[in-house]
Design a protein around this ligand. Sequence first.
Ligand SMILES: [Zn+2]
Length: 134
Amino acid sequence: MTSTPVPGADPASAHFFHSLDEGRLDLLVCRQCGTAHLAISVCDVCGSIDFSSEPASGIGIIYSFTRVHIAHHPAFADQLPFCGGIVELAEGPRLFAPLLGEEPISVGAPAIFEWQQIDGRGFAAFRVSAAAPQ
Ligand SMILES: [Zn+2]
């Protein structure tokens, strides 16, 4: 079995990956303008570098999605096909993650954060409801 590739953190994303390794999805909230970010070192709205760490609600909606049929790494070959998508969190930030649960998936469908652990590292996934968007 091929080991799963893991992302490397940089100064802007270290907070994001550290929270996932500990089983949470945390945000960096700008203390000047209140904008929530996932991974950033300078607020792209107001230029501040002053952030507080706050847990995300874990609630979002499907912004976009795709069904993956070709493994981009041998470690994922036995998982094909799978769905991945961009989830827009209630706080605003968007992230790409595996989508779990009922199909068909639709843009605007609710998605709930579900923590996953692979090879000792934490990852974000989202459980999707097939319910039609309201
Ligand atoms: Zn700001």
